[in-house]
Design a protein around this ligand. Structure first.
Ligand code: FAD
Length: 196
């Protein structure tokens, strides 16, 4: 007997349902094996505890399950940690700058410093850095000039915190260019790009 249009429709819906169920099942199996191989990954317990003893597999309505990296030692960063990370970023930017930066790159580093002096996540540091910038306008005509300028202003901050000054003739030894395969991290300067 020929199938009616409604039979075909219901058949299609059933096929779709089976397909979806099979994908969901594969997905859950992959997550479960991933979780077993890395015990620090576990399902969000808070979400699961609200659904009594049911497992995620029993309860696809709660999908997708939230995977969280449970790091018991995770806590907010301190002012010192953020400071070290920021100096690392800044000195690395200085080291990576092409010997002859483009006009855009010179503008970018100046703007980066101005932005930091406004949104650095420690108000007293940001306010102090604004003063430091006023007294020491950014110098970034070349890579060498910018890294020396940065070393100088870092020393101004060091001194204000009672820390010893860093010898700026050692800045290239401390903060060299990134060691990337095939120089893939290198930025282009005005020797390789039209100055914009
Ligand atoms: P950091 O000063 O963080 O230096 C990291 C590393 O850089 C050092 O270990 C050393 O190897 C190297 N280094 C040190 N000096 C230089 C230099 N002159 N040139 C090149 N490399 C150097 N903290 C406050 O409490 N008050 C503030 O007002 C304040 N202002 C800040 C403003 C800015 C823009 C930034 C980025 C940070 C500021 N901080 C401030 C944080 C502070 O400067 C330090 O980062 C923090 O106290 C941790 O210090 P540290 O001794 O670990 O070394």
């Amino acid at each position: 007997m020929a199938k009616s249009p409604s039979d075909s429709f219901f058949q299609t819906v059933e096929n779709l349902g089976q397909c979806l169920q099979s994908h969901l099942s594969n997905f859950l199996q992959r997550i479960d094996s991933h979780r077993k191989s890395d015990p620090s990954l576990s399902f969000n317990q808070e979400k699961l505890s609200s659904s009594s003893s049911a497992t995620v597999a029993d309860d696809p309505i709660n999908l997708p399950p939230l995977l969280v990296k449970q790091d018991q030692s995770a806590k907010p960063s301190t002012k010192e940690e953020v400071g070290r990370a920021t100096w690392t970023l800044l000195h690395t930017i200085a080291a990576q700058l092409p010997e002859r930066p483009t006009k855009q790159q010179k503008r970018d580093v100046k703007e980066l410093m101005a932005i930091l002096s406004r949104i650095y996540p420690c108000k007293e540091c940001a306010d102090h850095f604004k003063e430091v910038l006023k007294a020491n306008p950014v110098q970034a005509a070349s890579q060498a000039e910018f890294s020396q300028w940065l070393c100088h202003v870092h020393n101004v901050v060091n001194r204000s915190l009672g820390k010893p000054a860093f010898l700026c003739n050692r800045v290239d030894a401390r903060w060299g260019k990134l060691d990337c395969q095939d120089r893939a991290c290198d930025l282009q300067g005005i020797d390789t790009f039209l100055d914009k």
